[in-house]
Design a protein around this ligand. Structure first.
Ligand SMILES: [Ca+2]
Length: 94
């Protein structure tokens, strides 16, 4: 069975169109498979549309690596805030 990293690499190699860019449907698949805790079982289409608009700096309806890196940075920041809040709550209970 392929590891998550191998699956992600396989997705990049097998994808159609520009293999270095993510279209909205590919971003949706990536969110569902790689970040299910963030998005739940279904991706909110209007939220996904807004996310793509916000990240797609050059307006070509695809995310290149730089645009995707912005998403990763935002996701990391959200995780950091989430875990800080969890730690704060835990400290308050002690
Ligand atoms: Ca773009």
């Amino acid at each position: 069975m392929a590891s998550p990293l191998e699956q992600a690499l396989g997705m990049l190699v097998a994808k159609e169109g520009d293999r270095y860019k993510l279209r909205k449907a590919e971003m949706k698949e990536l969110l569902l498979t790689e970040m299910p805790s963030f998005v739940g079982e279904q991706v909110d289409e209007s939220g996904l549309q807004q996310l793509m608009r916000n990240l797609d700096a050059d307006g070509d309806a695809e995310l290149d690596f730089q645009e995707y890196a912005v998403f990763l940075a935002l996701a990391a920041e959200l995780c950091d805030e989430f875990f800080r809040e969890c730690a704060d709550e835990r400290n308050r209970k002690v």
